[in-house]
Ligand binder design. Structure first.
Ligand code: WTA
Length: 651
């Protein structure tokens, strides 16, 4: 089984001519040049930023693997994302174009971001926030979210954005874990037609933390909530009014000073805190926004990720704003919305670069081509995807029906820990191979290794490691050095030789051209009796069955010796025994008779985290008939009840 490679990438595709005409990065020798000049090559990324003081050393490695980038340099992230565009004569260019759940629209120019950002920064200071303090932001997709992030950056405070859908308990954990001194939230927001009481959740968290934590409340629902403000609670609008006009010069931060903290959205549910450093992170996100997403000042761009996750931090806020783009922000989900919403948004705003997840593309595909076809999507010139393997079929659909075969697709591999994209094609240089993310970007070096850390030849799946440091890498903070070492660095490094390899936690395979195909997380395994099976390989075999779109396999039954498969199908309700039989056969064939599934359960959706990763724990709970409590860690908690019912019926 381990030898099975899930995708044999279909035909190569050249970058479309239409795109090449105006592509920003077209130099075929860029990788070689970076290799030749490494690590000084990274100066090219730092040159995209405005520095208060130039750095002295590109890379300092005497405390490896805790590398320090652009040492001696000083800069401010908000100045780079806002002030420099205002100074460059682009103050009236739209920076944020927001569309609310109820059809509301608001635009903010770079001048608006500058004005309101300073007011919020002054207000935070007035509430006692000092440099290096942590501010927790618990907001849905409203413009006040990026504005508050940038206000923190302006005064050198760290933001800690907590996904708005999380429960009060999850908020408490994340506030405690970061030692937050101020909270920014809102009265509520709309989800699937109902108003969610966000402030009520925040208040519940404050009760277990400390009522005295100053809390700023954004008015989203429109009803006056002024009267409901308790002690140490302040209305955002009133604060902005009071502090507008106050000048708050950006605080000059060392490149190695932390910019923010964020928690990974791992399927284990345990929040893991990451810290990113100002200079390296901003250089990495800005450079990849330019070279991978091909964004130049004034381009219109839409990334559908929630700002609460790293994709939103790097590619909704910091990367695109640092490049001076116009960023589209859409409140609410696209998956349960009107099926035309995504395409309407692209059409209305003239979106040029569109970045989303394979999960969402699969949903669009299921809905049918009539929705994208009913819209003029000709403004798009580049498409991106992130978060999980896309697979050649979904890739083809995206290429054909959204990109009209004229837009390159960048399948970007990266992680919360890596801060910015590390593996991807350069759209103006590289051929694309549907299903493979592509080679490492210039300056990045990756290796697929066996359990002893030996590099594997092309075609052999193994563990994906990154073998050289990169600017936007995770940095230590407070007391997490030992944890970071154990979690990411020890497994494949040779400490005595001072050779460090970062372990991504993913399994992957490289082909003869150096293109990487990501298989999936290494920790997603099914143990069937005493055999360990990689879920990713298993699921790839199942989804290769015609008509099956997604699959997840878990063990159950006596001593966990039986395999259970949950699958979604192209058609909505397949009462299709043929499809079930085909799935059973393919598993028995690829893995062995012992693994022939005891049951195949069709479901409209698999339980997922908010970033689209399958929650195996939930499926195991269903098979063991001990369903997990409904959880805000899930994007689609309602599916748990539904699945339990289907499960009972399937007996
Ligand atoms: C997975 C999201 C396949 C991978 C930016 C990684 C991908 C994890 C891809 C990080 C891709 C990300 N193809 N798998 N293009 N991009 N992944 O921290 O397993 O939410 O380790 O960061 O997502 O998820 P995270």
């Amino acid at each position: 089984m381990a030898e099975d490679v899930p995708t044999d990438p279909a035909g190569k595709r050249r970058p479309p001519q239409a795109f090449l005409r105006d592509a920003t990065v077209t130099d075929p020798d860029l990788r070689e040049q970076f290799d030749r000049e490494w690590p000084d090559c990274w100066a090219e990324t730092a040159d995209l930023l405005e520095w208060d003081e130039p750095y002295e050393t590109v890379l300092e490695d005497d405390d490896a693997p805790f590398y320090r980038w652009f040492v001696g340099g000083r800069l401010n992230a908000a100045e780079n994302c806002v002030d420099r565009h205002v100074d460059a004569g682009r103050k009236n260019q739209v920076a944020l174009r927001w569309e609310g759940k109820r059809g509301e629209r608001r635009s903010y120019t770079y001048h608006d971001l500058h004005r309101e950002g300073q007011a919020v920064a002054a207000a935070l200071r007035d509430l006692g926030v000092e440099e290096d303090d942590v501010v927790t932001i618990y907001l849905p997709t409203v413009p006040e979210l990026p504005i508050t992030m940038l206000a923190c950056a302006r005064i050198g405070a760290l933001h800690n954005v907590v996904f708005a859908g999380f429960s009060p308990d999850a908020l408490v954990d994340r506030m405690e874990g970061t030692n937050s001194s101020v909270l920014v939230t809102c009265d509520g927001y709309f989800r699937e037609g109902t108003a969610i009481g966000q402030k009520r959740k925040a208040d519940a968290a404050r009760t277990s933390l400390s009522e005295s934590i100053p809390t700023v409340v954004v008015d989203r629902l429109g009803a006056s909530h002024e009267t409901q403000l308790g002690e140490n609670q302040y209305d955002y609008g009133t604060l902005v009014e009071r502090f507008t006009g106050r000048e708050v010069p950006p605080v000059s931060r060392a490149a190695t000073d932390p910019l923010f903290q964020i928690h990974t959205s791992g399927t284990t549910g345990k929040p893991e805190r990451m810290t990113h450093a100002t200079g390296g992170y901003l250089a990495g996100t800005t450079w990849t926004t330019r070279s991978v997403f091909d964004l130049s000042p004034g381009d219109t761009y839409w990334c559908t990720a929630d700002i609460g996750w790293i994709t939103g931090h790097s590619y909704v806020v910091y990367g695109p704003l640092s490049r001076g783009a116009t960023v589209v922000l859409a409140e609410g989900t696209l998956r349960y919305a009107d099926r035309n919403r995504t395409w309407n948004l692209i059409e209305r705003n003239g979106v040029e670069v569109f970045y989303t997840t394979p999960g969402l593309i699969r949903t669009f595909r299921k809905w049918g081509t009539e929705y994208p076809e009913a819209h003029d999507l000709s403004s798009i010139r580049l498409l991106g995807t992130v978060g999980e393997p896309i697979g050649p079929d979904t890739w083809d659909w995206y290429y054909e029906h959204v990109g009209d075969e004229e837009c390159p697709i960048v399948d970007t591999w990266w992680q919360t820990e890596t801060g910015s994209v590390l593996l991807s094609t350069l759209p103006g240089v590289d051929e694309m191979k549907p299903g493979a993310v592509g080679p490492p970007l210039p300056g990045i070096e990756a290796a697929v290794v066996d359990e002893h850390g030996r590099e594997l030849p092309p075609g052999e799946p193994g563990y994906l490691t990154i073998t050289r440091p990169w600017p936007s890498m995770l940095v230590p903070h407070d007391d997490d050095r030992y944890w970071l070492l154990a979690e990411y660095w020890e497994e494949f490094s040779d400490r005595r030789a001072d050779t460090w390899r970062y372990f991504t936690g993913d399994r992957a395979v490289v082909d003869e051209d150096g293109y990487v195909t990501v298989i999936g997380r290494d920790d997603d395994v099914v143990t069937l009796g005493n055999r360990r099976l990689g879920t990713a390989e298993l699921e790839a075999a199942i989804t290769a069955v015609d008509g099956v779109t997604e699959a997840a396999a878990v063990a159950g039954g006596t001593d966990d010796t039986e395999l259970y498969v949950f699958a979604t199908a192209e058609r909505d309700q397949p009462e299709d025994d043929e499809l079930r039989a085909a799935i059973r056969d393919v598993v028995a064939e690829r893995v062995g008779e012992f693994a022939r599934p005891a049951a195949v359960v069709f479901t409209p959706e698999l339980p997922e985290t908010h970033t689209g990763k399958t929650m195996y724990r939930v499926l195991e709970g269903i098979v063991d008939e001990e369903p997990l409590e409904e959880s805000t860690l899930l994007r689609n908690p309602a599916i748990v009840g539904e699945l339990s019912t289907v499960w009972e019926r399937s007996d």
